[in-house]
Design a protein around this ligand. Structure first.
Ligand SMILES: [Fe+2]
Length: 290
């Protein structure tokens, strides 16, 4: 395999690699080295099956299970394995979700900047997203380099946020898009705490952890903490820290949730189909002492 960086330090393309043939531990370790430097990587023309995606993803660590799987939810009928997250605008019959479907609102949350699963105690490590059907235009995925953003903060801001703890919850992020929770969902309501500044366990680089799941700063008045999180989020997603990925069928995109954020951009989702499948490695964020 070869690597070509899009910029000096963020985002790269891996070429000369066919995961259907070479999805080995050795390959995964080489890809991981690339990720340590670039944070995000694309491998084009990977015509892999669901099983091959899951098997390759497992080489990076234990995989998350979709919270919907096995609950009889309609939107999981398309996915045959609990490790697969359905990133599509399709219903259980592979038809485009109607305007009125509440799953459409839930999925609209992907348009907000976030890292995956920061609401889980250990967050997420890598996510791998495979493109099966892509719309003709729009529906890009944008990534922000939270390491470069941290490095660019003023010394006084770095000092201010050092050691700060933030509460993350999917209930907060979904409420931002107007999602109406069912009684059953509210019973499962949870939140977790993460350090605002993270240190990457492999590269040692420091980064900001904010995003849509970040509800408030522990120990600060809620509005003051939210204003700070908003300020940091806007700072970190300036164009100079962002890579925009334009999807082609067969792309496999990998990113490290410990040091990047991402969001989807809109497309004509009532007329065009989009079918992407995500696998996610359970993270290793340090637990915040109570
Ligand atoms: Fe995501």
């Amino acid at each position: 395999m070869k690597i070509k960086g899009f910029t000096e330090g963020f985002g790269g393309e891996i070429t000369d690699l066919d995961l259907a043939e070479e999805g080995t531990l050795e390959t995964a370790q080489a890809v991981q080295d690339v990720m340590d430097h670039y944070g995000v990587a694309v491998i084009r023309d990977q015509r892999i099956t669901d099983q091959q995606q899951i098997a390759f993803s497992r080489l990076f660590g234990q995989l998350e299970f979709s919270p919907h799987f096995g609950r009889g939810d309609k939107d999981l009928v398309r996915m045959k394995f609990p490790e697969l997250f359905d990133v599509s605008n399709l219903d259980e019959h592979d038809n485009i979700l109607p305007d009125t479907d509440r799953r459409r609102v839930y999925r609209a949350a992907n348009l907000m900047w976030h890292a995956d699963s920061t609401f889980q105690p250990h967050g997420a490590g890598y996510s791998l997203l495979s493109a099966r059907i892509v719309p003709a235009s729009g529906a890009d995925t944008q990534f922000a380099d939270m390491r470069a953003a941290y490095d660019a903060l003023s010394a006084s801001m770095r000092e201010r946020i050092e050691g700060m703890v933030v509460e993350h919850s999917t209930f907060y992020s979904r409420s931002l898009v107007g999602y109406q929770f069912t009684e059953e969902e509210l019973k499962r309501r949870t939140a977790t705490r993460q350090f605002l500044v993270q240190t990457h366990p492999r590269s040692g680089r420091r980064s900001l952890m904010v995003g849509s799941h970040a509800s408030h700063v522990v120990g600060l008045p809620v509005e003051e903490g939210r204003a700070l999180l908003k300020e940091l989020g806007e700072f970190a997603t300036q164009e100079r820290f962002v890579y925009t990925h334009k999807w082609k069928v067969g792309d496999l995109l990998l990113w490290d949730n410990r040091c990047t954020m991402h969001r989807a951009t809109p497309f004509d989702d009532t007329a065009e189909r989009r079918d992407l499948r995500r696998t996610t490695v359970v993270g290793d964020l340090p637990l915040v002492p109570a």
